[in-house]
Design a binder for this molecule. Structure first.
Ligand code: NI
Length: 169
């Protein structure tokens, strides 16, 4: 089991746009395992490779109660989004302790490769749909706090920087 360090907002590396993965090889399989270990260890429901400073289009998710239903999405693309949207409270392993509302599509269809490199389409709603949209934003270099007002975002930046200074002591 390998735990990867998670980048914390406002680390500029979180704004890197991820590149597609050409093939699922041993390196990618190891990254998937390490990201799952890291997500479960941090009690997260989703983790994008961007958050562990690997700028490739890979996300891992598990929204199950039992934390035993890992979902691996490689090169995910949204193929359909519902018109209906909802305000949901979100948090992020890269912005610890901060929760705020973001408007997301209620339902999305996403096409992606699974951990074996097989292409499939997932129809997601509720928490899974929110999580997929949140993690896919990470791959575009976008952190959820960027949907909030500049005032809120600046407060969060200040708070995060202060916490990181205290951690560094
Ligand atoms: Ni996040």
């Amino acid at each position: 089991m390998a735990l990867l360090p998670i980048l914390c907002y406002p680390d500029p590396r979180l704004h890197t746009v991820a590149k597609p993965i050409a093939r699922v090889d041993a390196r990618v399989s190891q990254l998937v395992r390490d990201m799952l270990d890291t997500m479960y260890d941090a009690n997260g429901i989703g983790l994008a490779a961007s958050q562990v400073d690997v700028h490739e289009r890979l996300i891992v998710i598990d929204v199950s109660q039992e934390r035993k239903q890992p979902l691996v999405l490689i090169n995910p693309e949204l193929v359909w989004t519902s018109e209906a949207t909802h305000l949901n409270e979100e948090g992020c392993l890269s912005v610890p302790g901060i929760y705020d509302g973001v408007v997301r599509h209620d339902e999305v269809h996403v096409r992606a490769w699974d951990a074996e490199g097989q292409s499939r389409t997932i129809e997601a709603n509720e928490l899974l749909a929110v999580c997929i949209q949140h993690e896919m934003d990470h791959l575009m270099g976008k952190v959820f706090v960027e949907y909030l007002s500049p005032l809120k975002r600046n407060r969060i930046k200040t708070k995060m920087r202060k916490a990181q200074r205290e951690d560094a002591r």
